[in-house]
Design a protein around this ligand. Structure first.
Ligand SMILES: Nc1ncnc2c1ncn2[C@@H]1O[C@H](COP(=O)(O)OP(=O)(O)OP(=O)(O)O)[C@@H](O)[C@H]1O
Length: 497
């Protein structure tokens, strides 16, 4: 009998119900994991672009910015993708032949056409902002300034981008947007951290911008800019000193020293042994100095160097007026300035000059900075040229003056002390993007920094998918456990079928 019987060991889990539940459960888990993986797989990033031309007094630079296309609603990070230095001088120098101002931009604009993918050309905004060079030309000769803009507009409209206009930025805008750039790149705005002040030294103007601690805006409303960014309010103090950029202030120093119309002038701000012939008309051809031109002067004068930092500082100090102040406190020239607050980023010519002089390290005490400058200014011109054959001679000749001016402006002008001087960082760029007003300008015009902090989901996407998967697994296990009453009983004896 038993030989005829087929004996089988029956697995108690092999009931139709448990098999169905298990299959459904496994399918559900596989589906969940697949969704999670698909959702999180890296997708090729698409970018949007914006172009800003910084038409400065000494030169024009083009900046291309990019940000993730799906995040232009305020959450994506805007970064500098490319920059191009326009050959030649700033657009204001083309007052006599305006068409050339437009033509000068062609090379960099062609580069922009290559850098921005062609399918994005039409939607890419293109801005041109002009600063102190055009501010001065506008004061001096409004018609010439308008003609330069006409030529520049015509040239820019010939490119396939979305041209948004060319205009002169006010000094206040230049200062404020420089501050926005620095703090945006440092992620201080989004995180609501204490902000960094911005010090910008251009060729024709210089800006100081910071958020003071206690600050009565009503004292000098023209120096205040209110921002609400990412849900935080900022009362920014900003001032732009026209004519106090590196090139115009040098003109003022030379004008001060040639006010009696001499044939030869000995200058403590230039190296011993330095000697060039300068033309009186060319020197005084700027609204910053034109009124001071000596009545009786020869055509040229010989500009010779003496190389004495302390005497140079005395010359520079004569360019600041400290006598009148109708406010509770002033920097110079009767301009209101509240007490300095926090750390500062100093860029443009602050960086170029201090970098050349090896003085960008914030740990160098102010006294050492002055001692190094005294030593540098006293070095004979021949030796300086031999030591730096690669540097443009115009820049090289002026580092003693510019370094002295920077230290004097910061300490005597803005009232940095030996303690607060160490809070100045001399920077060129932050996280790969140049420090300057252009990024802040574009962020503002494209509404890329929201007034209120964007509502963000409580969890990042990957965290959300993981949690859903874990909860689904737990529910599945609980479901299996809840079916315990109908679980088949295990019997150790083999069943005979
Ligand atoms: N490597 C360098 N060494 C010394 N000076 C430099 C160097 N590069 C540029 N400069 C000078 O630094 C100054 C500031 O340059 P920047 O381009 O910031 O000014 P700008 O935009 O032309 O002026 P502004 O903002 O006043 O219109 C200019 O006088 C420029 O000639």
């Amino acid at each position: 009998m038993s030989a005829q019987r087929e004996m089988k060991e029956k697995n108690p889990w092999h009931t139709p119900l448990t098999i169905i539940i298990t299959v459904i459960g496994v399918i559900a888990i596989v589906a969940l994991v697949t969704v999670a993986v698909l959702q999180n797989r890296p997708v090729p990033q698409k970018y949007k672009y914006g172009i800003v031309l910084d038409a400065g007094s000494s030169h024009t630079a083009l900046y291309i910015y990019e940000w993730p296309a799906e995040k232009d609603n305020n959450t994506g990070r805007v970064e500098q993708k490319h920059s191009c230095k326009v050959k030649g001088k700033g657009i204001s120098s083309y007052a006599a032949e305006p068409e050339k101002a437009g033509m000068s931009l062609t090379e960099c604009m062609r580069e922009a056409e290559m850098q921005v993918p062609s399918r994005r050309h039409q939607e890419t905004p293109l801005y041109l902002g002009a600063t102190a060079g055009m501010r001065l030309l506008n004061i001096e000769n409004r018609e010439a300034s308008d003609k330069v803009f006409e030529a520049v507009e015509k040239a820019l409209q010939g490119f396939p981008f979305s041209y948004q206009g060319a205009r002169i930025l006010s000094g206040q805008e230049e200062g404020a947007f420089g501050w926005v750039t620095v703090n945006y790149l440092d992620d201080r705005l989004k995180q609501g951290l204490e902000t960094t002040g911005a010090l910008d030294l251009g060729g024709a103007s210089t800006q100081i911008s910071f958020v003071p601690h206690e600050y009565d805006i009503s004292e000098s409303p023209s120096n205040s800019v209110a921002f609400r960014l990412y849900g935080n309010d900022y009362n920014l103090y900003t001032h732009s000193f026209l004519c106090y950029g590196k090139d115009q202030v040098l003109r003022m120093a030379l004008a001060h020293q040639t006010r009696s119309g001499p044939v030869t002038m000995s200058d403590p701000c230039f190296h011993p042994g330095y000697s060039v012939t300068r033309n009186y008309n060319a020197l005084y051809d700027s609204p910053c100095v034109s009124e001071r031109k000596p009545k009786e002067a020869p055509l040229n004068f010989t500009h010779t160097g003496v190389g004495n930092f302390f005497r140079c500082q005395e010359v520079v100090k004569t360019l600041f007026n400290f006598t009148s102040c109708k406010y509770s406190r002033c920097s110079f020239n009767g301009i209101f300035q509240p007490p300095l607050q926090g750390s500062f980023g100093a860029f443009s010519a602050y960086y170029f000059v201090m970098n050349f002089l090896n003085l960008t390290d914030s740990s160098i005490p102010l006294e050492t900075v002055k001692a190094n400058l005294a030593n540098y200014c006293g070095t004979p011109w021949n030796q300086i040229k031999q030591q730096h054959p690669e540097v443009k001679e115009k820049y090289l000749a002026e580092y003693c003056f510019s370094g002295t001016y920077i230290v004097t402006l910061l300490t005597e002008g803005y009232n940095f002390t030996k303690e607060t001087f160490s809070k100045i960082k001399f920077i060129k760029e932050i996280k790969g993007s140049d420090a300057g007003w252009t990024l802040g300008y574009m962020l503002n015009l494209t509404n890329m920094i929201p007034a209120e902090a964007p509502d963000s989901p409580p969890l990042p996407h990957a965290g959300y998918v993981s949690i859903v998967t874990v909860i689904a697994l737990l529910l599945f296990i609980l479901f299996i456990l809840s079916l315990r009453p109908i679980w088949p009983k295990c019997s150790k004896k083999p069943q005979i079928v």
